[in-house]
Design a protein around this ligand. Sequence first.
Ligand code: C2E
Ligand code: MG
Ligand code: MG
Ligand code: MG
Length: 282
Amino acid sequence: SARHQGKNQILFFDPQLTERAQRRLTQEHDILQGLEQEQFALFLQPQIDMASGKLVGAEALLRMRQPDGSYSLPEELIANAEEIGVIGALGRWALEEACRVLAGWQKRGIPLPLNVNISALQLRESGTVWHLQELLERHRIRPGSLVLELTETAQIGDAAQAKSLLGALQEAGVAVALDDFGTGYANLSYLHQFRSLPISKLKMDRSFVSMLPDDDTMVRIVAAIAEITDLGVIAEGVETEAQRDWLLARGITIGQGYLFDGPLSLADFEKWLATLSPSEVC
Ligand code: C2E
Ligand code: MG
Ligand code: MG
Ligand code: MG
């Protein structure tokens, strides 16, 4: 069979590879066409002060509109965009849209911060910091109100590279939160590294929150790290009252999850926001 006839032929005749290459081409086309035809949207999920019930922020989550009018989830899309090399274009769209939303709030005197997820790959691309500076200036965004959620600072580069990049972001007025904190960090000396980075918050991974209240080991470890490093915590994936109550009893007050709201379309979020009095926000 072809498998025994040499390396090149294996690649050439591998029907799976051809299929994969074909799929990549289709995905690249879909993403680029989606950008062109404005098929992307940011859904917003509220972040709540669980003690007071106040709305204290929101996270923007990418969605792509499907021909049938439904919206697809972003995980595979983001992974594909990174692999294909179009994450920069997609990420720039998300940042532009987020700044447009933020500028609207600020014009109406709403001091809500907005979190946007950013791929380490995109952050590493030269020009990203410059683009962020330009965006913040053009939309007159209040410093600190755009927060980038970053999953792995290790992917930015070594400690020195991470420090200079995050330092530049801070100077530009962009805050950084560590997303899915507690997953994917291989060693404790990593903690020492980000201790010196300009990071404002840890987002406790929802897999740990989901173990509450039966198993609180991981949540307590993350809470202790946050305390020692002087960082605020946001609990992700709060789904039950028992989880909320456990977190509140331990002083973790900011939460995000289905117990409060899932990601809402921009129109639904804005409609809801308009019903809140200033004392119910921030
Ligand atoms: P993430 O940043 O950790 O976002 C949280 C995910 O948890 C979201 O999934 C959200 O819908 C979901 N979630 C929120 N509350 C709950 C809950 O109570 N229970 C459960 N089970 N899930 C909850 P989503 O929207 O599918 O996003 C998945 C991931 O895709 C995000 O994880 C983020 O890493 C990435 N992502 C989303 N938007 C963007 C973007 O604009 N750019 C980049 N680079 N990545 C993005
Ligand atoms: Mg996030
Ligand atoms: Mg997360
Ligand atoms: Mg995640």
